[in-house]
Design a protein around this ligand. Structure first.
Ligand code: DGY
Length: 324
């Protein structure tokens, strides 16, 4: 008998075909996130769960207590903050993610947000389209900030952090400083990146990119105190998780002119509420958590997650266990 798996969102024919060779598939193909009552019903029977990470809630003891046969939860994302690692380990449920394949794509987005925030691309695009560009427009009203040659602070020098550093160093001749749990001698050498403690990095950097995973240590890592340390001309970019930042403190920092601008891929609540003040501030560029969202990269991630799922369920080592 084939193991049973549940897909929490639609996948390509290729991915589904690959999984179907080894597993019996149940899937959610309704609108939006799979409703909790459906998941709680389905999970009773299944051996493997395939999820984008955000299409189910937390994989915690409450959910796991309904899943007597579950052996693996395969995330189609590099982040795995939806895993309650302790609860999963206790029940011998393996968690997997999709590292490596999205590094360059997420780094591209971090840079897109940085450039857009620095040069006010979204604000000025609206300005032109609204017909406000007149012969009398004061040119200095359109000024932004230089990116080339500026000092970039990267918080979280993992694989994606390094891909950002490469762009910054060799594309924009930026000066790189970084903060990380451990020193990265390789990155220091390759990108002439200098290590800083967090307060020093925040004080020195012209641009700050937050790239750290969400853990209990990084929850609201950047809050009121941290924004106060930043230069008034600083641009803050978050491509990690919304909860690594105290969002109310970010709003206050932007409203009070404590920082120059922010570029945000992630938010405390996703989708963001329509009345969130971040959506009305002209110096904030927002995108809907699209770090890895290109057709090519998403296809690679979907297949890699399928391989991880099938590996566990056919008695093999998955390529990307998030713990050993
Ligand atoms: C991930 O894979 O965790 C990223 O958030 C993708 O955007």
């Amino acid at each position: 008998m084939k193991p049973k798996v549940y897909l929490t969102y639609p996948v390509s024919e290729e991915v589904e075909g690959f999984i179907a060779k080894h597993c019996e598939i149940q899937k959610w193909d309704g609108e939006g996130r799979v409703p909790e009552e459906v998941l709680l019903r389905e999970i009773k029977e299944i051996d493997g769960l395939y999820t984008s990470g955000s299409t189910t809630g937390k994989i915690d003891e409450r959910l796991l207590s309904h899943a007597p046969y579950l052996k693996v939860v395969s995330n189609v994302s590099v982040g795995y903050n939806n895993f309650d690692v302790e609860a999963m380990r206790k029940r011998n449920v393996i968690g997997t993610n999709t590292p490596h394949v999205l590094n360059e794509t997420v780094a591209d987005l971090a840079f897109a947000l940085l450039l857009a925030s620095a040069r006010r691309i979204v604000e000025l695009d609206k300005f032109v389209k609204a017909g406000n560009w007149k012969p009398t427009t004061v040119y200095s009203d359109t000024y932004g900030k230089d990116v080339h040659g500026a000092k970039l602070g990267i918080i979280g020098m993992g694989r994606i952090g390094e891909a950002i550093a490469r762009r910054a160093k060799f594309g924009f001749e930026m000066d790189i400083i970084y903060h990380n749990r451990t020193r990265k001698p390789d990155a220091e050498k390759k990108y002439e990146a200098a290590y800083r403690d967090l307060p020093t990095l925040l004080t020195e950097a012209d641009y700050i990119i937050l790239m750290t995973p969400l853990t209990s240590e990084t929850f609201q890592l950047i809050g009121e105190e941290e924004f106060k340390l930043m230069k008034q001309s600083a641009v803050f970019i978050n491509v990690s998780r919304g909860q690594t930042v105290d969002e109310q403190a970010l709003i206050r920092a932007l409203e009070n002119g404590e920082i120059y601008a922010a570029g945000l891929d992630v938010f405390e609540k996703e989708p963001i509420d329509a009345d969130n003040p971040l959506l009305t501030l002209p110096n904030v560029v927002t995108v809907p958590h699209i770090g890895s969202a290109t057709a090519k990269t998403e296809a690679k991630m979907a297949m890699r997650a399928a391989e991880n799922l099938v590996s566990v369920l056919t008695g093999n080592q998955p390529r990307d266990p998030v713990w050993q």
